[in-house]
Design a protein around this ligand. Structure first.
Ligand SMILES: Nc1ncnc2c1ncn2[C@@H]1O[C@H](COP(=O)(O)OP(=O)(O)O)[C@@H](O)[C@H]1O
Ligand SMILES: O=c1ccn([C@@H]2O[C@H](COP(=O)(O)OP(=O)(O)O)[C@@H](O)[C@H]2O)c(=O)[nH]1
Length: 311
């Protein structure tokens, strides 16, 4: 978590017009070291600590109150050194770490310049047909489909340090910690050029929901809820045949329980805000999609399509 001092320092960097944040300084310093670039002696003396802080520098900058109001020569020269070091960092950041700057600009965390993407949460019990319908929505309405479950399964395959933990949670039908899932979703959103996303199978509990909104500052446009009886979902899951470790009757029962206890409250939360679009999902795929289409078709279109000319 960011320290108060670091926030102050970041604010100052912002005021000075720099995009570099102190939290990124350690990485920049490492890049500097790796690039072996020569820096003028004043700048080279900037004490960059391994945690990225420029300790001993900013805290000593003259403040606008008390006896520090009058800048001493030493202070002035310190500021000049400091700012020139920032210019250098900033320049270097944009050349060697362009992607970091881009990511900050795009930010899924409400940074000043960020335009927030449109997000629709696609929720419903396991096997209710979320993934199937998302594929149709992508085809017809140009959204990007992000399945939280698929991202977690890809993370296991990638050999990440969280892989074993995620695998165990999925096998037990449990909900993976928000931090892990949100990071994967944020990354997927940032790396994608699209500005509208279907987030499928997330948030799965209240904590997921609150953490996502806090971290990304994104509120879903609406929630598409696939309502399907358990017997039908069970039949579908047992026939899914994708070699998933959690599509066995024992884990399926656990997933149903988790859905009722943890995920339904999220749907109820959005229901109270008037954001739920409920779809009757126990019908053939095409019929379900007809209902989905009605949700995505703008009101004006609906009126146009339903108008019949009586002569
Ligand atoms: N409306 C439907 N009727 C019958 N089978 C369906 C329907 N929708 C999806 N399926 C099938 O049910 C299984 C689960 O669907 P899927 O879209 O993977 O559900 P979810 O993403 O909600 O877990 C898949 O094998 C899929 O082909
Ligand atoms: O945000 C998420 C999404 C999925 N999962 C885990 O991944 C499993 C499979 O989820 P997915 O959405 O792929 O399957 P579905 O519920 O549609 O069958 C769940 O049971 C959870 O263990 C999770 O922990 N958090």
């Amino acid at each position: 978590m960011m320290m108060v001092n670091e926030e102050e320092d970041d604010e100052l960097l912002g005021v000075l017009g720099y995009k570099v944040r102190l939290s990124e300084m350690a990485e920049v310093a490492l890049k500097l070291e790796q690039s072996g670039t020569f820096i003028g002696s004043d700048v080279a003396e900037v004490p960059v600590h391994k945690d990225g802080r420029l300790d001993g520098f900013l805290p000593d900058l003259p403040r606008r109150s008390g006896r520090n109001r009058l800048m001493s020569r030493a202070h002035k020269s310190r500021i000049i050194n400091y700012v020139s070091s920032l210019s250098y960092f900033n320049e270097l950041l944009s050349t060697t770490m362009g992607s970091t700057v881009d990511a900050a600009d795009k930010g899924v965390n409400g940074t000043a310049s960020a335009k927030k993407p449109t997000v629709i949460f696609v929720l419903g019990g396991p096997g209710s047909g979320k993934g199937t319908q998302c594929a149709y929505i992508v085809e017809h309405y140009g959204y990007t489909h992000l399945s939280a479950g698929d991202l977690l399964r890809a993370e296991i395959k990638s050999g990440s340090e969280n892989g074993t933990m995620i695998q165990n949670m999925i096998k037990e039908g449990k909900i993976v910690p928000s931090e892990v899932t949100i990071k994967l979703l944020q990354k997927a959103i940032q790396e994608n050029g699209n500005d509208k996303f279907l987030i499928d199978g997330f948030p799965r509990n209240e904590e997921n929901r609150a953490a996502f909104e806090k971290v990304t500052e994104i509120e879903p446009k609406f929630v598409l809820f696939f309502d399907c009886p358990e017997e039908e979902m069970e039949r579908r899951l047992l026939g899914r045949n994708q070699g998933r470790e959690d599509d066995n009757i024992e884990t399926i029962r656990k997933r149903f329980k988790v859905f009722l206890e943890s995920s339904l409250p999220v749907i109820q939360y959005y229901q109270a805000k008037g954001k739920v679009r409920k779809i009757h999902a126990a019908k053939p795929i095409e019929d379900v999609f007809q209902e989905v289409k009605a949700v995505f078709t703008p009101e004006a279109e609906k009126v146009k399509n339903n108008t019949c000319v009586i002569l």
